[in-house]
Design a protein around this ligand. Structure first.
Ligand code: KG4
Ligand code: ZN
Length: 331
C-alpha cells in the first residue's frame, strides 16, 4: 500500500510517500520559520496562509521524487490534530478531497502518534512494547506503547511543554525564535554546575512534569547576574541540565513501573544532544535499548504521518467524507 502523508499542524508543511513494502519513498518539507521569526513565535493566520501556498507544489514534488503519479497512490493520511486549527484544516481539506477525487481511502492521524512512531522509519525499528518520551513544543508525555493504537499516557506536563520552556527561556536570553536549538548551542559553551536549577516534581512519585518554574528560575537568575556572554552560557547550561535530568529521572521511573526494556524518544526536543547522550547512557546502564528518529524526523514532518496513516489504513480504519480537524485531541 502506497500512502501520501500530509503534515500541516503548526509551522511546517511536510509531505511524504510511504510504501508498506518498500518503506519511505520520498519526503519533502517547507519550514515557515523565517516567516514567524519577526514575531518571536508562530502567528496562526500566517501559518495557515503559507500552508495553502506550499501544499500543492510540495505534494507534486514528493510524488515526482518518488517517480509516481497521483493514480499510484492507495491512500492519503493527514494530521487531523492536535494543532493550530486553521493550519490543520489546510492539510485535512486537501488530503480528504484529494482522496475523494482519486477514489481512495483517507485517514486522519493524531500528530503525537506520528511523533511516537517516527523512530519506526529507521533501519532498526523498536519492537513493541516500549516506553515513549514525547518532547515537543506543544507536548511533554510519557506513554506506555503496547502496539499501534494501544497507548496509555503515564504522565504529561501540567503547564509548559519541554520545548516551550526551552523557547521561552531562550527568549529571556535574547535568542531568536525558535530558541530551543539556539539555547542548546549556547549551553554547549557554558560550564557545568555554575548554577543549581531545581528538578521540578521529581520529589513525588507521579510521572507528570512541570517546566514553567524553570523558566521563572532562569528569569530571576538572568536578572541577578551580569549581562555577558559567558554568564548567559552558564545559565543556559544549568537550565538545559535541569530539563534533561528531570526527563531522565521520569523515564527511569516509567521504565521501572512498566517493566519495559525499550525507550523511544521523539518530538523536536529529542534532537537535543545532551538529552540523547543522557538517555543512551541510562539505557546502557539498565541493559535496555533506546531508539530515536533521525534528526530531520525529530521535528514535524510528513514521513511520520505517512507511516502512522499506513498502519491505520492497513488495519482497516478510514475517515468519513467530512473534513474534520481537532485542535485538542487526547492521545
Ligand atoms: O515537534 P516539533 O517540531 O513541533 C511541535 O510539535 O511542537 O518541536 C519543536 C520544539 C521547539 O520548541 C524547539 O525549540 C524544540 O522542539 N527543539 C529543541 C531542539 N531542537 C528543537 N529543544 C532543545 N534542543 C534542541 N536541540
Ligand atoms: Zn510536532
Amino acid at each position: 500500500m502506497r500512502v501520501l502523508g500530509i503534515e500541516t499542524s503548526c509551522d511546517e508543511t511536510g509531505i511524504a510517500v510511504y510504501d508498506s513494502n518498500a518503506g519511505l519513498l520520498s519526503h519533502t518539507l517547507y519550514s515557515q520559520v523565517k516567516l514567524h521569526a519577526d514575531y518571536g513565535g508562530v502567528v496562526p493566520e500566517l501559518a495557515s496562509r503559507d500552508h495553502v501556498r506550499k501544499i500543492i507544489p510540495l505534494i507534486r514534488k514528493a510524488l515526482a521524487d518518488a517517480d509516481l503519479a497521483m493514480s499510484d497512490l492507495d491512500g492519503i493520511a493527514y494530521t487531523k490534530g492536535p494543532g493550530l486549527i486553521g493550519a490543520v484544516l489546510v492539510g485535512a481539506c486537501v488530503g480528504r478531497s484529494l482522496a475523494f477525487s482519486l477514489g481512495i481511502p483517507a485517514i486522519g492521524v493524531h500528530h503525537m502518534e506520528g511523533h511516537l512512531l517516527a523512530p519506526m522509519l529507521e533501519e532498526t525499528p523498536a519492537e513493541y512494547p516500549f516506553v515513549a518520551l514525547l518532547v515537543s513544543g506543544g507536548h511533554t508525555m510519557l506513554v506506555d506503547v503496547k502496539g499501534i493504537g494501544e497507548y496509555e499516557v503515564l504522565g504529561e506536563s501540567v503547564d509548559d511543554a519541554a520545548g516551550e520552556a526551552f523557547d521561552k527561556t531562550a527568549k529571556l536570553m535574547g535568542l531568536d525564535y525558535p530558541g530551543g536549538p539556539r539555547l542548546a548551542k549556547l549551553a554547549a559553551k557554558g560550564e557545568p554546575a555554575k548554577y543549581k536549577f531545581p528538578r521540578p516534581m521529581t520529589d513525588r512519585p507521579s510521572l507528570d512534569f512541570s517546566f514553567s518554574g524553570l523558566k521563572t528560575f532562569a528569569a530571576n537568575t538572568i536578572a541577578a547576574e551580569p549581562d555577558d556572554e559567558k554568564t548567559r552560557a552558564n545559565i543556559a547550561r544549568a537550565f538545559e541540565e535541569a530539563v534533561v535530568d528531570t526527563l531522565m529521572i521520569k523515564c527511569k521511573r516509567a521504565l521501572k513501573q512498566t517493566g519495559h526494556k525499550r525507550l523511544v524518544i521523539a518530538g523536536g526536543v529529542s534532537a537535543n544532544t545532551r538529552l540523547r547522550a543522557g538517555l543512551t547512557e541510562l539505557m546502557s546502564s539498565l541493559k535496555g535499548e533506546v531508539f530515536y528518529p533521525r534528526p530531520e524526523f525529530c521535528t514535524d514532518n510528513g514521513a511520520m504521518i505517512a507511516y502512522a496513516g499506513t498502519q491505520r489504513l492497513l488495519s482497516g480504519q478510514t475517515e468519513g467524507l467530512e473534513v474534520k480537524g481537532q485542535p485538542r485531541w487526547p492521545l
